[in-house]
Each structure stands twice: as C-alpha cells, then as structure tokens.
Design a protein around this ligand. Structure first.
Ligand code: NA7
Length: 531
C-alpha cells in the first residue's frame, strides 16, 4: 500500500490550547510555515477536554485573556468575573477564527512519536493514524495539566455503571437524575464537580484522601459598565500581572505577618477573605509562603472558616486540613462547596481512615463496606508538566528517549529546552503562573528564537547541558525557600506513583523570569548552543 506523502513543516506545534494557538499565530505572523497537530476534535486544549459540570476559571477572566491584540480585547465581552468552561471554549474558537488559524490546525491527530534526524537536522514525526511529517522545530504546547491520571485501584476497569475522568468528559450532558454518584478526589476539579453534581443527583459519596484549604471564589456577573472599565484599563491589568510573582492581579501586602498586631492581622485576613479570587492567597502578607509560623496563623483562620460552614462537627473535622500548609498545595476556589456537605444527599468518606480496597461492578469498596454506585467520577488529577510529553516516543541525539533522559525527574533550561534534544521546545514548564500570562511570554520567546535562527542562518538550537544544570539548581534553590508540600502534589510529581519527585518550576516570579529570558535573547541566546 502506498504511504501518504511526508508533510514538510518548519515548526510543528503539538497542542491547540491557549499556548499552541498563540504560538501558531506568532510563528505565522513571522512567515514561518507552522502547523498544529492536536488529538482533540476541537481547539481549546484544557478548555476542550475539561467540560465537567462546574468547570470554571479561578483567574479573573479579564486577567486570563490574551493580551496580544487590542482589537480582540476590545471586541470580547466577559460575562462573569470567573467564567465557566463553555465561555472559554467559545473564546478560544473565536480566536482561532478571527486570526485565521484553523487552516493550519490538524485536529483528531495524536502525535505518536518524533525522532531527531541528526544528518538532516529535522524531526521525523509520526501520528497515531500513520501520518508522517518532517519538521525543523517541534514545540510541545501540551499544557501543564493534560495527561489524566487514573489511580491504579484494584478492579478499576470492572465497574459496570458509567464512569468518567473529569478531564475526558463527554460532550453530551450526563444525566445524574436520581442516580448514586461517587467522586474520588477533592482537588480544584473535585471541589467544582462535587458542588455541581450534588445538586443534580440522587445521592453523592465523596471519597477524600487529603482535604484542601478551599477558599470562596466570589464570582459575579460583569455588567456593561464594568466591562467598559476593564476594556479601558487592560494595559494596567497586564502591567500589574507582570509585576506579581505568579502573574495574577493580586499583590502581596509588604508587611510580615508577625509584625502586625493580632487584631489588625485578623481584620486583614477577614478583608482579603471577602475579596474575589486568589486575593486570599497572593494578596496575603509577604511571608505567607516562607514562614511556617506565619502560615500556621492563617491556616487556623481558614480552619475556623471551614468549621463555621459545616453543620456536622465530625464532617467538618474531616474537611479541615491539618497535614500541610496553606498554599503548599494549589488552593481550590469554591462557591458553596462546604455547604454541600450539609445536604441530606451527600456523604463524605475519609479514605485515610477507611481506605479504598477495590472497585467492583457495583461500586467502590472501602474497608467498612461497599458503596453502591451508578456513576463513578475520577477527579484524580494529572501527570502534570511532563505527562503528555513522556507518553510520546520522543528520541533525541543518539536515539536517547525523553523517558531515559528524565529518569531522575524533568530538567529544562528556562523550562524550554533540554540538552540532547535540539530544536525541541517545551512550553508551560517554567513557571507556576496565571496561565495565559506565562503562555504568551514563552510563545513569544520561542517564535523570536526560531526567527533569529532563520535570519542568522543557524540550523540547530539546543540547551547547553551545563547551563541547564545551573538553571535547575538556581530554580530549585529559590523554590526550596518556599513552603512546599509534604503530601502528594502534582507540582513536584509526587501525586503519580513511581514518578521521580522534582520541582522544576522557577520560584523567582514572573517578572524575574521574563527579564532573564529577555536578557538571554539579547545575548544571542546565552546558554543555548546555536550551530
Ligand atoms: P489534583 O489537585 O491533583 O487533585 C486530585 C485529587 O485526587 C486529590 O484530591 C487526590 O488526593 C485525589 N486522588 C488521587 N489519587 C487518589 C487515590 N488513589 N485515592 C484517593 N484519592 C486520590 O487534580 P485536580 O484535577 O483537582 O486539579 C489539578 C489542577 O487543575 C488544579 O491545581 C488547577 O490548577 C486546575 P491527594 O490530594 O493526592 O491525597
């Protein structure tokens, strides 16, 4: 049988989410022949797949918007301060149409593998359907939280009812009417899905391992007048985000917790608690994430808030986190999450006390007995950062696989490239950040680099191994000063059994990171080998 012809591409972008769409836009604007391949049936990445009930932003919508086009900013009206998944999916489709990106996107196309041809300086790419391409550059815009994680619970495939992972939710609405539903997981996703499904189902059982410090989202509609104000101030919004450590609109209070008298401190906590979004995390005292004693004071404040909202004191105690610091794990933002446990149709099972034994055709069995279920929802998170990359067969110089190369944990210079894999870029690996803010910064860095190589006549760009090691040491030394988790956490890979535990994020903040990237570029891409 004749093979399909090999597609010749300058830059292949894997993923049509927020980063990939903007990466494609940047490259094509610079005259680079770029394409996106995406496994999904539509654009949107995270906002295509995560269509579970309750899926919603917890960055302010307008601070999460693309900033690159004034026209887009002025055209698009956000309906709420924290919009839901359907609006975000519509927004990303609008962007794909407005900037005429669709002809350059191949959907339903999952990349199986890519091997670097050292003679030709090209990546040979193959998709699962057998389509082949040759690309000078491959850019993994595969997202931070894309590869779903389903825990290896005995009998996981034997369940006879309906079962879903939140990150692969069907397009057709699921009918929960009168059904017995179980949810495993109480991270940001679990918190959103639990609150929504409890209102729709007959009975809900929540299987919780580690309770989180959940904080009120305080969503509200955006009326015409407010939207006009936002549109007039977009420039300041994005400038403000650039100054903060995580690219959000919230700035920390410069004071240290313990230098503030107790009554004033309590009033401050109360004040930030009443604010929308992550004000109660990133708008906190400046030492929240570095001083255990300071953090513990705030933990106690939040624990009190939880206890006040849950009627049954025994249930409340199960929901109160005691084994980690506030912010050591990502804080879920919620609307009526704790009140959900006051409903008659909701039960909470603490699986540390009453461990999961197995899944059976009829439900989920814990040590105390069988919980009969019609629907089982896995809100069990992701193999973050590298999961989607290591599921592909990527082979660099000398045929080395990316899995072998990262056997001790992910390592990338500036979160962008790793030695031995020339012309291969990773995005979304450098920073923990208000996603679009970082996505734009990295996509611009990568397209500028590709244009620089083209204009200067270079064939290859590859992270220098020494520069990469020094970067990782530097990034980790900054992160080490911050309170990180002793409990499983996707940010360092410890939520995935067997995955090497390593925190690859840069802890120096958004502004310092982008300043460093600018400086690296200005010095002819210092730390990269251009040949
Ligand atoms: P998360 O935050 O990783 O949460 C996953 C949840 O699933 C968490 O509560 C886990 O408990 C739980 N989990 C995972 N495996 C098991 C097993 N085997 N038994 C019981 N419970 C389990 O993922 P999310 O999707 O909620 O959020 C990811 C990010 O998306 C979020 O941070 C936002 O940035 C958006 P654990 O805490 O590990 O004890």
């Amino acid at each position: 049988m004749a093979q399909t012809p090999v597609e010749e591409i300058d830059a292949l972008v894997i993923g049509a989410g927020i980063t990939g769409l903007y990466q494609l836009y940047c490259l094509r604007r610079q005259g680079v022949n770029a394409r996106i391949y995406d496994a999904a049936g539509g654009v949107g990445g995270t906002w295509y797949w995560n269509r579970y009930p309750g899926a919603r932003l917890d960055s302010e919508s307008w601070s999460y918007a693309y900033s690159f086009s004034d026209e887009l900013l002025q055209e698009w009206d956000w309906s709420e301060s924290f919009v839901g998944q359907p609006e975000l999916e519509r927004y990303l489709n609008y962007v794909a149409d407005k900037f005429e990106l669709r002809p350059h996107i191949r959907l339903n196309t999952r990349v199986k593998g890519a091997a670097f041809d050292e003679q030709a300086n090209r990546w040979r790419v193959e998709t699962e359907a057998g389509h082949r391409a040759r690309a000078r550059f491959v850019i993994c815009a595969t997202g931070l939280l894309s590869a779903k994680h389903v825990p290896d619970i005995p009998g996981v495939d034997t369940f006879a009812g309906e079962s879903f992972h939140t990150a692969r939710w069907p397009r057709e609405p699921v009918d929960f009417g009168g059904k017995r539903v179980g949810v495993i997981g109480v991270g940001s996703t679990g918190v959103q899905v639990i609150t929504e499904v409890a209102k729709q189902c007959g009975h809900l059982t929540v299987f919780q391992r580690t309770p989180n410090y959940c904080a009120p989202l305080r969503n509200s509609p955006i009326g015409r007048e407010w939207m006009e104000q936002i549109k007039a101030n977009y420039h300041e919004v994005f400038e403000g985000c650039r100054r903060t450590i995580s690219g959000f609109i919230h700035e920390p209070d410069p004071r240290r917790t313990l230098e503030v008298p107790p009554e004033e401190r309590e009033a401050f906590y109360e004040d930030i608690w009443q604010k929308p979004g992550f004000a109660k995390w990133f708008g906190n005292f400046s030492d929240l994430m570095i001083d255990r004693e300071a953090n513990e004071l705030y933990c106690e404040f939040v624990r009190r808030k939880i206890r006040e909202r849950v009627k049954d004191p025994e249930v409340a105690e199960k929901l109160v986190p005691k084994d980690h610091h506030f912010g050591a794990k990502r804080i879920p933002l919620e609307t009526d999450y704790y009140e959900t446990y006051n409903r008659d149709n909701v039960a909470l099972v603490d699986v540390r006390e009453d461990p999961i034994q197995r899944i059976t055709p009829r439900g989920l069995e814990t040590r105390s007995g069988l919980h009969e279920l019609d629907v089982l929802i896995f809100a069990t998170g992701f193999d973050a950062l590298t999961g989607e990359v290591t599921r592909m067969d990527i082979r660099g110089v000398g045929g080395q696989t990316i899995q072998e190369h990262w056997a001790d944990g992910p390592s990338m210079y500036l979160g962008l490239q790793t030695a031995g894999f020339p012309n291969l870029f990773f995005e979304n690996g450098g920073l923990f950040c208000n996603f679009t803010r970082c996505a734009e910064a990295t996509a611009e860095f990568v397209s500028d680099a590709i244009v620089y190589l083209r204009d200067q006549g270079f064939e290859r760009m590859e992270a220098d191994a020494q520069a990469e090691r020094e970067w990782i040491e530097h990034a980790q030394s900054l992160s080490a000063k911050r309170l990180i988790s002793d409990v499983p956490n996707w940010a360092d890979g410890s939520n995935i059994p067997g995955k090497p535990v390593a925190l690859a994020f840069y802890g120096g903040g958004f502004k310092r990171y982008t300043d460093i990237c600018d400086d690296v570029a200005a010095q002819g891409y210092r730390g990269f080998r251009l040949t």
